[in-house]
Write a protein that binds this ligand. Sequence first.
Ligand SMILES: [Ca+2]
Length: 435
Amino acid sequence: MTEPAGWWRYSRLATLFLATTLVLVFSSCSSGTVDRTTTTGPLASTSTVISPTTTTPPVAATTVIASTTTTTEEPISTTTTTPLAPLRALRLELLTDGLHQPVAIASSFGEDRLYVAERTGIVQIVDPSGEIAATPLLDLTDEVNDFSIEQGLLGLAFHPDDTGPQRRMYVYFSVDGDDTMLVEYRTTNATSVDLSTRRVLLTIDQPAIRHNAGMIQFDEDRALYLSLGDGGSGGSNGQDTSNLLGGIIRIDVNGDPYAIPASNPFSDGGGAPELWIYGLRNPWRFSIDQGFAYVADVGQDDREEITVVSLEDGGANLGWSLLEGSLCFSERNCDPKGTVLPTLEYTHDDGCSVTGGFVYRGSAIPELFGHYFYSDWCSGWIRSFVFDGETATDQQDWTDQTGVPGQVNTFGVDNAGELYLATWSGSLYRFVAER
Ligand SMILES: [Ca+2]
């Protein structure tokens, strides 16, 4: 991206998406390549690269269950370990470049198989080798409205409790009239959905075509969280707790059509009972890890931000549109008292649209255990930090090792906790170690 700095001030994300899309179209027509700008932002000068300085190499653990000859004793569990060679570099392994605008990655039905939501309304099945199944899991293209780049099928999650062939899955998408919906389906098996099980949980009145967010996650108590942008109408929905816009909602899907968790901050009044936190502009991607939500909120003119919020801190006000990051936005001399400031923020000299990822909890790269990964849609760098309960520590920029994969739409994890990302141009990558 080589536009002058002032360009951003008067742009909106949708305009950016459209403009960048046109750049992509034209560049692919003319040369077949995309000019990917690498970043030299503030982190670059201070970031460090993980070097294997530990004297005890990380190990890959495998558990062996020893059978016993009697039925009255518990099996004896022993653990054998295989030392791993030192991590030389973090790489992105291309699984496929055959997706179309992938926006969400979910897992269920066995390790490594991924379900990838494409913005136009299709849920593709991708096997561990990167092969895309000939028949998608779900095709909602007749219903999904993908007119604007911020509309379409935007969120996908499976219910973590379901282990049989009939599993509940949740999709969030735009429809005609520009409203958005949260809908539940049940699978018939790992490769098909019973469309007759469709159950509409929510229809959300949207004032405009932008800032629809749409990430769906479950916590350990099996509450469903859905991020909703402020609607893109320029109003103050972020600070208005009477509607669901500009917040993350938390609902219990075991209801008709859902129930309100008693711990929700407005379950007894004072705001929309579904609302969990508010003060958000366009929380496109967030994830939940060990009692915390990592909320990445796409900024307006100057700042991109990630705020780590305890799941026990319902009612937190993350500031928008009083604040953009830690800067006053709607008022020149604002009082940020009562808001939660970002755990991490960066300026638009360093990107334009944060893409939140996940905390790595896999076993293939133990050096990354506990590191939260994220990217920026315009710059394409790959960065991580470790949340220590209060601050973002151990901030690292991995781009020298991974390269810039493109415009990162989303991250995802498989059932084993291994990390993936998908780009606007349709590529799906797995994070792998070079040893
Ligand atoms: Ca904020």
